[in-house]
Design a protein around this ligand. Structure first.
Ligand code: GLY
Ligand code: MN
Ligand code: MN
Length: 437
């Protein structure tokens, strides 16, 4: 069986179980359609419904839909408008077409006519802000129990999904190296951003999230995406968090660079070691929360050793000092979505795992299992808003922190496929290694 054949068999089985558990006969998954800006008729970039691209690697065909009834072949209604305003959508012959009944439509009524009364017993999954979708007489719209069931099981990736993420990481790694070279050559943030996109022939709307391209102090702004058009007088440090998409699957990579030897380069190396040493702790059965705390302790140790804060790793962590420097979560599931879903689900019935208010931004609280793919992305930044809370605290070496401020911060992010007994695959490091980096 090919990897895709195996994947779609798994998707079918997961839908069969989810539909049985929630009492629906069938499902109608709508790909979605672009929204237009207020009082305008210009479409915003279109992003396909992730549960549509779970079935078929089709990401650029808005207004398409999939109808699936257990025991039957999934029916893909592929929308191809016949008009003289837009270029014709080309759908090359691909393997997925052998596994579905493909019906090309140029009008959504053709789909509802084909479905007839069947639509009345279908659960609908998708966005329905526009007509005629808003008036389709489906049985239920986005039922939470069905979606939770699907989301819980999506955490375990098929071999085909992992291969797509491997390819996405290869693309992103190539673009990261081009961005690094542009930084080393003294380029502006916008020029670096362009170098990134050009390296892989992507347009901006094709990357899975707004790339974070941050020079110097900007590295401390966790979601910085402003892109200064001129280079700073002195380009000291560079934090880039940028991904790529392959067949609808995401890469999400962060790297931090220094243009100088010395203190900041040493700190990057210490953070890289801390991230690498955490990777060896990833084993089925451990909870992701434990990994997050373990990474905090390693960062706390670095904070002590570099003299930012006084104390042992444990006391720095226990007093909440490490959270001032590492405020975000260790990582998240990744797949069809950058922040893939299901990180808080305790089971497929939709029960959730209680969050710890100490770590409010941690998106993943599940036990680690073979086949999960998640990121590991520790960070260390000078975020003044967070440090204000500790103003006047003598455990903090404010002079040393001032020394770090002009460099912004550090984040290092890889995507990991969990294997048996710690036999994990690092999609990101492997992609860089293949490029000799
Ligand atoms: N790029 C978003 C994140 O790392 O979660
Ligand atoms: Mn991430
Ligand atoms: Mn990222």
């Amino acid at each position: 069986m090919s990897a895709y054949a195996d994947h779609i068999a798994t998707v079918k089985a997961r839908f069969d179980e989810a539909l049985t558990a929630t009492g629906f006969d069938s499902v109608l998954i709508y790909a979605g359609q672009p929204r237009v800006a207020f009082l305008d008729d210009n479409p915003a970039p279109y992003k396909v419904n992730p549960l549509f691209k779970y079935w078929v690697p089709v990401i650029e065909s808005p207004k398409s839909a999939i109808f699936y009834q257990p025991g039957q072949k999934p029916v893909v209604f592929l929308f191809k408008p016949r008009d003289f305003w837009h270029a014709e959508v080309k759908i090359p012959a691909e393997e997925w077409q052998q596994h579905v009944e493909l019906i090309v439509i140029d009008n959504q009524e053709k789909m509802t006519d084909w479905l007839g009364d069947k639509i009345k017993s279908a659960a609908f999954i998708g966005e329905d802000f526009a007509e005629p979708v808003a008036s389709w007489p489906v049985k239920a719209r986005n039922p939470a129990n069905l979606i939770d069931h699907l989301h819980f099981h999506r955490a375990i990736k098929t071999a085909w999904e992992v291969e797509n993420m491997r390819q996405a990481n290869k693309l992103a790694a190539k673009a990261h190296l081009a961005a690094r070279d542009a930084f080393m050559a003294g380029a502006s943030e916008l020029e670096i951003h362009h170098a990134y996109l050009a390296a892989i022939n992507f347009r901006e709307s094709q990357v899975p999230y707004n790339s974070i391209v941050a020079l110097n102090e900007h590295g401390a702004v966790l979601h910085y995406d402003v892109y200064e058009t001129s280079a700073p007088e002195q380009s000291r440090s560079f934090l880039i968090d940028a991904g790529a998409l392959y067949r609808g699957y995401c890469a999400d990579i962060t790297r931090t660079y220094s243009r100088e030897e010395g203190f900041f380069a040493d700190l990057i190396e210490a953070m890289d070691d801390a991230q690498q040493s955490l990777l060896s702790e990833i084993k089925p059965g451990i909870n992701y929360y434990e990994l997050h705390v373990s990474q905090h302790l390693k960062i706390a140790k670095i904070l002590g050793e570099f003299g930012f804060v006084k104390g042992t790793a444990e006391s720095i962590y226990e007093q909440g000092y490490s959270s001032a420097f590492f405020p975000h979560g260790l990582g998240h599931f990744i797949g069809l979505q950058v922040h893939d879903v299901g990180g808080f689900l305790a089971n497929d019935r939709g029960d959730t795992i209680a969050r710890d208010p100490r770590h409010p931004f941690l998106r993943l609280l599940r036990d680690v299992e073979v086949g999960q793919v998640f990121t590991i992305e520790p960070g260390l930044y000078v975020v003044d808003q967070l440090l204000e809370e500790h103003a006047g605290n003598k455990d903090f070496n404010w002079d040393k922190i001032a020394e770090l401020r002009p460099y912004g911060g550090i984040r290092i992010e890889d995507s990991i496929v969990v294997g048996t007994d710690g036999n994990n695959e690092n999609l990101t490091r492997d992609a860089f290694a293949e490029l000799g980096s």
